[in-house]
Design a protein around this ligand. Structure first.
Ligand code: UDX
Length: 462
C-alpha cells in the first residue's frame, strides 16, 4: 500500500482485517513511526483498533523501503495524495509519479498496480507506459479501483461499500475482485469497467455530491430572499425518491481534501480534452460554495450591528466536518480568518482539530473548551456540526457571553430552544420570519424578537 494517509492507512488496515498480508509504504518519517507503534496520525473513529489488530496479528506492517515492497508483493495499491496544484485547478500527480519511479525499477516478473488515488482521466494509461518503461524483466499492468470513503466513516465505507468499481483488463480486474471476495460475498455490487470510465466514476460522483450541496445552498439564497425555510424545503423535496434527502443540508457548504479540489481538477482535465464547456456548471458550483463563506461573514457582521471591529466572536468548529480533524479547505477556518481580517477578535474551539488548525491559522486565538471560547462573546458561530455543539444547553452559555447571539452555520441547532433561552438565533438559509409581502402569521416571528441587536433590512431576510 503506497501512501498511508487517510485513504492508504485505512485501506491497509481493512485489507489486513480481510486476512491479507499487507505492507504499508510511507515515506513521511513521523507518520511511519506513528503507524509502526500502532498510532493513527489523524482522527478516524475505529481505525486505531483495526490498526493494532493488524499489527498484532502480523498481517500488517509498515516500511519506507521500496525495494522491500517490490519483493514483498505482486499487487501494489497506490493511495498517495493528488492535491490541487498551487495557483492552478489541475491535480498535482507528483506523488503518484514518484511511486512508479521508485517502485518500477525494483520489479521483475508480473505485477499489478491498483490505483486508488483520485486522478485525472487518462492517468492510468500514462502510468502503464511509465511503469513498463522502467522494468527490466517483466510486465506491469495497471487497473483503477476508485475509493469512495468518507472521513469519519472510512472503515464502514471500505468494508461495506455501496459498490466496488474496477477498471482495466478483465484478468487484472478479476485479481482485484479476489482481494475483495469477502465484501463481494456479502452482496456488494462489483462494476467492471474500462480504465478511463473507472477514473471518471470517482470525479463524477464527487462532482454530483458537490453539485447537490451547491444546489441546496443556491436555493437557500432564494429562501432567504423570500422568507422561506430551506431545511423544510429540503425535507419536502428529499421525500421524492428520485432526489433523496442526503447531501441536501444547506449551510456553510463543502470543504475538505476531496470535493473542492476534485471538481477543479475535473474542470482542468475536461479543458485539456477539449470538453471544457461540458463542465462550466462546476465553476458555478464552486462559486456558490465560496459565496456561503462570505455570506456567513456578512451575517455575523450584521448580527453584531454591522461592524466587526472589536467584536468578540466565538467560532465553534474548525474541522471541515464533524468526526474529523481535517482542516483542509475548512469553511469554518476560512470564515474565522475572514472575521479576523474584518477586525473581530476570533476564538476558535474544536474537539479534535485544534493542532491542525493552529498549524494552518497560527494567528487565530484558540480555546480549550466551548465555555472558554464563548466567554465574553458578542456572537457564537457554530461552524461545524459536532454533536457536542448541537447538544449545548444555551442556559450554560447565557451567563458568560456578552450578547446572546448564536449563528447556526450548519442549520444543526434547535433554534426554538435557543430562542426560548433568550438568544437571538440566526442561520443562513432562512428562519421563520414575517415578511412585508407575505401574509402575517398570528404570532410574531419568534427568532427575530431580538432587542439587543439592531435589526436592519438585511437581517430581516435572514
Ligand atoms: C467526500 C465523498 O463523500 C467521498 O465519497 C469521497 O471518497 C471523498 O470526498 P469527505 O470529503 O470525507 O468525502 O466528506 P463528505 O462527508 O462528503 O462532506 C464533504 C463536505 O460537504 C463537508 O464539508 C460537509 O460539511 C459538506 N456537506 C455535506 C454539506 O455542506 N452538506 C451536506 O448535505 C453534506
Amino acid at each position: 500500500m503506497f501512501g498511508c494517509g487517510y485513504l492508504g492507512a485505512t485501506h491497509a488496515a481493512c485489507m489486513a482485517e480481510l486476512g491479507h498480508h499487507v505492507l504499508g509504504v510511507e515515506t513521511d518519517a513521523h507518520k511511519l513511526a506513528a503507524l509502526r507503534s500502532g498510532q493513527v496520525p489523524f482522527h478516524e473513529p475505529g481505525l486505531p483498533d483495526l490498526l493494532r489488530r493488524g499489527l498484532d496479528s502480523g498481517l500488517l506492517r509498515f516500511t519506507d523501503d521500496y525495494c522491500e515492497a517490490a519483493q514483498f508483493a505482486d499487487l501494489h495499491f497506490i493511495a498517495v495524495g493528488t492535491p490541487q496544484k498551487k495557483g492552478e485547478y489541475a491535480a498535482d500527480l507528483s506523488h503518484v509519479h514518484s511511486v512508479i519511479d521508485r517502485l518500477a525499477p525494483h520489479l521483475s516478473g508480473r505485477h499489478l498496480l491498483i490505483g486508488k488515488s483520485t486522478v485525472p482521466v487518462g492517468t492510468a494509461a500514462d502510468l502503464l507506459v511509465r511503469a513498463n518503461a522502467q522494468v527490466d524483466d517483466g510486465h506491469i499492468d495497471v487497473v483503477w479501483n476508485p475509493e469512495f470513503l468518507r472521513e469519519g466513516h472510512a472503515i464502514d465505507d471500505t468494508l461495506s461499500p455501496d459498490r466496488i468499481v474496477v477498471g482495466g483488463a478483465a484478468q487484472s480486474c478479476e485479481r482485484v475482485a479476489e482481494i475483495y471476495a469477502p465484501i463481494l460475498a456479502a452482496g456488494t455490487p462489483l462494476l467492471v469497467t474500462d480504465l478511463p470510465t473507472a477514473e471518471l466514476v470517482k470525479v463524477a460522483a464527487n462532482s454530483f455530491l458537490a453539485t447537490k450541496i451547491s444546489f441546496i445552498n443556491a436555493i437557500s439564497e432564494v429562501c432567504e430572499a423570500a422568507g422561506a425555510d430551506v431545511s423544510l424545503l429540503a425535507d419536502a423535496i428529499g421525500h421524492d425518491g428520485r432526489i433523496g434527502r442526503r447531501f441536501l443540508n444547506a449551510g456553510l457548504g463543502f470543504g475538505g481534501g476531496c470535493l473542492p479540489k476534485d471538481i477543479r481538477a475535473f474542470m482542468a482535465r475536461a479543458g485539456e480534452l477539449g470538453a471544457d464547456q461540458a463542465l462550466t456548471f462546476l465553476r458555478e458550483v464552486d462559486s456558490i460554495n465560496m459565496r456561503r463563506r462570505t455570506a456567513m461573514v456578512e451575517l455575523v457582521s450584521t448580527s453584531c450591528g454591522g461592524d466587526l471591529l472589536g467584536a468578540n466572536i466565538a467560532v465553534l468548529g474548525a474541522a471541515f466536518k464533524p468526526d474529523s480533524d481535517d482542516v483542509r479547505d475548512s469553511p469554518a477556518l476560512n470564515v474565522a480568518g475572514q472575521l479576523q481580517l474584518r477586525g473581530a477578535a476570533v476564538t476558535v474551539y474544536d474537539p479534535c482539530a485544534m493542532a491542525n488548525s493552529r498549524r494552518l491559522f497560527p494567528t487565530l486565538s484558540y480555546a480549550q473548551s466551548v465555555q472558554e471560547a464563548c466567554a465574553g462573546a458578542d456572537a457564537v458561530l457554530v461552524a461545524t456540526e459536532w454533536s457536542q455543539f448541537v447538544e449545548i444547553d444555551p442556559d450554560d452559555l447565557s451567563p458568560i457571553v456578552r450578547r446572546r447571539v448564536v449563528i447556526d452555520g450548519r442549520r444543526c441547532l434547535p433554534g426554538d430552544r435557543w430562542h426560548a433561552a433568550g438568544w437571538v438565533y440566526r442561520a443562513l438559509g432562512g428562519t421563520p420570519v414575517r415578511h412585508a409581502n407575505t401574509p402575517k402569521s398570528p404570532e410574531p416571528p419568534h427568532f427575530l424578537r431580538d432587542h439587543d441587536v439592531r435589526l436592519d433590512d438585511h437581517v430581516g431576510v435572514v
